[in-house]
Write a protein that binds this ligand. Structure first.
Ligand SMILES: [Zn+2]
Length: 318
């Protein structure tokens, strides 16, 4: 998706471990980011219990199990991992193609509610170029999903990955907000990754009774009362809310399994809509192809060309 000028796949230079707490279950959780071979993609590994082998969940459209308040992926045989979206956003945002993510716990830790701790961890580990061309999922024609007031579409866009997110909340501190950018690793890190999760005090009782947000606090969530923000440190951006929605969309679209060459536009969306748009793209086999960037010289400048690759990529939607 990002760093379209980079023509090689990348992974982490070394392992990095992070300890935190899940925002929904509220339990301690460890997440480790490890290097992986070319064409691995992003694979989540859940430790097997009582001597059983580890369970592997490949980040793919088919792995999405639930999108109610976070994106939950699973292997279809009981192994699940919740709240993968901010970590997925950091990985694709910094242009990581291949990594093994070991998660000891049911949830990826929430940390400060943004993708910044994952960005910092990836940079601390270092990014290593691999000896294989990067592959992209190129959008060939528009794919749209509409549900109630929510609307999402993926459109062709050859200059990389562009995101255009609009939200409208009936709250005086949010109202209508729009964020649009063609993302590079630099713009992602600076403008999107720091934006935190947000929630409304009026929803807390309902969420808790449903077993969600048990680990939410002012340290990991922007909390909105009727007329003010409860976090003493205030906002990181005046429009932090829509930027967080953009962050979620980057992470959810990363579950396509390859970085996307295209433009994503969403209105009043969320995890469910993002997953639906990816699914709608995948099932329409004429709407996408897999390409590899190819540098070619045009008037003395290196430009990005593309050629169709033999797609070793599978987009099963079983
Ligand atoms: Zn989020």
């Amino acid at each position: 998706m990002l760093g379209v000028g980079v023509s090689h796949q990348t992974t982490l230079a070394q392992r990095v471990d992070l300890m935190g707490r899940g925002v929904h279950g509220g339990l301690p959780a460890r997440v480790s980011l490890l290097p992986a071979d070319v064409n691995t993609g992003i694979q989540f590994s859940r430790p097997g219990r009582d001597g059983a082998p580890d369970r592997v969940i490949s980040a793919s459209p088919a792995a999405v199990r639930n999108t109610d308040f976070a994106t939950v992926i699973g292997d279809g045989h009981g192994a699940m991992c919740s709240t993968v979206e901010h970590l997925m956003a950091a990985l694709v945002g910094l242009g990581i193609d291949n990594a093994i993510i070991e998660v000891d716990g049911n949830e990826v830790p929430i940390f400060d509610g943004s993708a910044l701790p994952f960005v910092d961890a990836i940079k601390q580990a270092g990014i290593e170029e691999q000896d294989a061309p990067r592959r992209y999922l190129k959008v060939l024609k528009p794919v749209r999903v509409k549900e109630g007031r929510s609307f999402g579409e993926l459109l062709p866009y050859d200059a990389g990955f562009r995101i255009e997110v609009e939200i409208e909340f009936d709250h005086q501190l949010i109202g209508q907000q729009r964020y649009a950018a063609t993302l590079s690793p630099e713009t992602f890190e600076r403008d999107v990754a720091p934006a935190r999760t947000f929630g409304f005090m009026s929803d807390v009782a309902k969420l808790w009774s449903a077993g969600y947000a048990l680990g939410a606090s002012l340290e990991n969530t922007i909390c909105l009362a009727d007329d003010r923000i409860l976090n003493p440190t205030g906002l990181r951006f005046p429009d932090e809310f829509v930027r967080h929605k953009a962050l979620d969309a980057v992470g959810d679209l990363a579950l396509a399994g390859l970085p996307i060459l295209g433009r994503y536009h969403s209105v009043c969306g969320g995890h469910k809509l993002n997953a639906q748009v990816v699914s709608a793209l995948m099932v329409d086999r004429s709407a996408w192809t897999v390409v590899e960037p190819q540098r070619r010289r045009v008037r003395g400048h290196a430009e990005l060309g593309v050629r169709v690759a033999v797609p070793a990529y599978r987009a099963d939607l079983s």
